[in-house]
Design a protein around this ligand. Structure first.
Ligand SMILES: Nc1nc2c(ncn2[C@@H]2O[C@H](COP(=O)(O)OP(=O)(O)OP(=O)(O)O)[C@@H](O)[C@H]2O)c(=O)[nH]1
Ligand SMILES: [Mg+2]
Length: 471
């Protein structure tokens, strides 16, 4: 495995298909002989040189730009060679194959292979090397993938902010505060005669409280970042003919799902991702819920329940024109009961009354604040969009959001839980210092997992060696 980590690697770095330019990239230690073979000359560091790429038989595969980045000043931290050729898939495959062959051939100068072990890179391996060689931390490496995958402008901008290190810096600030606190506690452990007075004098409780407050702010922004990246799933459910498919179409601005006055039109699940202020919402239209003897409709209803159970938010749609019918209200109540039984408590349910255009003014028995709209005329749709954003938990934060992943949010939450435990311990009259130290250590473990820094123990050692408690 270790050998694998250091193997030289090569890959076509540009997207598959045809384009004006295509890039083959090689990373490894000691690329100079390979550069010589492919380019017929040595290259000045970080300067583009226009030249023919040698095919190994005295001819040229293509003409293009060659760039050589000697270690450690490269993306991966190793020697990197970039060949920018014309962007034809066959040509690029040939160029990549030529790199592999030239690497295996003996170097005329030494008689040994030019670059032993050169192989095709696995997905993400260049970034992995950049991470392993300390060129970036994990959040930045992930941000590269997120930037490439970004489906909205807002997501791209915040991925770019994470890549620039905005998220890492926030984590770094938390880490510093935490390490300082750990130093105090561990020092107290090492010098028991100092015990708790020492912690009190150093205001350990105050430090812990401030750290919690900082964490809350970072968590909030990370949650927003994760929302931008992953979005939420909104399932539209309700009785047949309530206008669920019409509402999906209205939200999407396109005729995606079949609409008809026949109750039980929708059988399959129809999903569409829409954006509201850059936040992706995966909206799902489902079959109307009722007891049915139609086999296909039954399958559709079972699928609808499957979707409901996976929803992050539920849009329970009702027909306003039927609000006065007791049987209709009874059926709605039965559906609601089953929804509540099947949904985790945290999933919000938004009641929406559709067909406001066709209904007479205020319906008896409806709560005054009942949310009305018309999928047909579009009345109330904009308000619904805003409501959905609120339900998703989106707040436009003033400092700008950095893109984060669910795993980051979870890690920050874990850290918060350990800090809470630590606070509880510290609040006791005779705190169990070893338990306190352990909770803080676990908190730091959660934090380190975010950036992929596992050297915190070593770091503590360094700090401790210089740490003087004044005696
Ligand atoms: N007046 C009025 N009619 C609407 C509105 N929305 C939907 N309808 C009509 O209501 C009927 C049912 O609409 P759909 O969108 O197919 O309803 P659905 O809830 O998807 O129905 P199923 O797929 O059968 O569960 C159609 O005739 C629509 O034209 C609305 O806002 N106002
Ligand atoms: Mg439908």
């Amino acid at each position: 495995m270790l050998g694998q980590l250091h193997d030289p690697i090569a890959a076509i770095a540009t997207a598959p298909g045809r384009g004006a330019v295509g890039i083959v990239r090689v990373s490894g230690a000691g690329l100079a002989p390979l550069v010589q073979a492919l380019c017929g000359r040595s290259l000045r560091p970080r300067e583009a040189t226009y030249l023919p790429f040698a095919d190994g038989q005295g001819g040229a595969l293509d003409q293009g730009l060659a760039l050589f980045f000697p270690a450690p000043h490269s993306f991966t931290g190793e020697d990197v060679l970039e060949l920018q050729a014309h962007g034809g898939p066959v040509l690029l495959e040939l160029l990549l194959a030529r790199c592999l062959a030239a690497a295996a051939e003996p170097d005329p100068a030494t008689g040994r292979p030019r670059l032993p072990g050169l192989r095709v890179a696995r997905p993400g391996e260049f970034s992995e090397r950049a991470f392993r060689n300390g060129k970036m931390d994990l959040t930045q490496a992930e941000a590269i993938a997120d930037l490439i995958d970004a489906s909205t402008e807002a997501a791209a901008r915040s991925a770019s902010r994470s890549l620039g290190g905005a998220f890492s810096r926030e984590i770094g600030t938390l880490r510093e505060a935490l390490i300082h606190l750990r130093m105090l506690v561990e020092a107290t452990l090492d010098f028991p005669e100092e015990d708790i007075d020492f912690l009190q004098q150093a205001d350990a409780a105050g430090q812990l409280e401030r750290l919690q407050a900082q964490l809350v702010a970072v968590r909030q922004r990370a949650r927003q970042g994760a929302l931008l990246r992953e979005g939420i799933k909104v399932v539209i459910a309700g009785q047949p003919n309530a206008g669920k498919s019409s509402l999906l179409n209205a939200l999407a601005g396109a005729e995606l799902a079949i609409v008809s006055s026949v109750a039980g039109t929708t059988r399959d699940v129809v999903a569409q991702t829409i954006q509201i202020q850059g936040v992706p919402l995966h909206v799902v239209d489902t079959a109307g819920l009722r007891s049915s003897s139609d086999e296909v409709e039954q399958i559709g209803i079972a699928r609808a329940w499957g979707q409901i159970e996976q929803a992050d938010a539920l849009l329970f749609l009702h027909d306003l024109t039927r609000a006065g019918e007791p049987a209709y209200r009874t059926a709605d109540a039965a559906i609601r009961e089953e929804m509540l039984a099947r949904l985790p408590a945290a999933v919000p349910v938004l009641d929406v009354w559709n067909k406001s255009d066709a209904a007479a003014a205020p319906q008896a028995g409806l709560p005054g604040e009942a949310f009305r709209l018309s999928a047909r005329t579009g009345e109330g749709i904009e308000t619904l969009r805003q409501r959905l954003l609120e339900i998703a938990g989106w707040q436009a934060l003033p400092e700008g959001v950095f893109l984060a992943r669910a795993r980051h949010v979870q890690a920050l939450q874990q850290m918060g839980e350990h800090l809470q435990q630590a606070q509880a311990l510290l609040a006791q009259r005779m705190p169990a210092l070893d338990l306190l130290a352990e909770e803080l250590r676990l908190a730091q473990g959660a934090l380190n997992a975010i950036t992929g820094e596992f050297d915190a123990e070593a770091l503590l050692g360094v700090i401790f060696s210089r740490f003087c408690i004044g005696k």
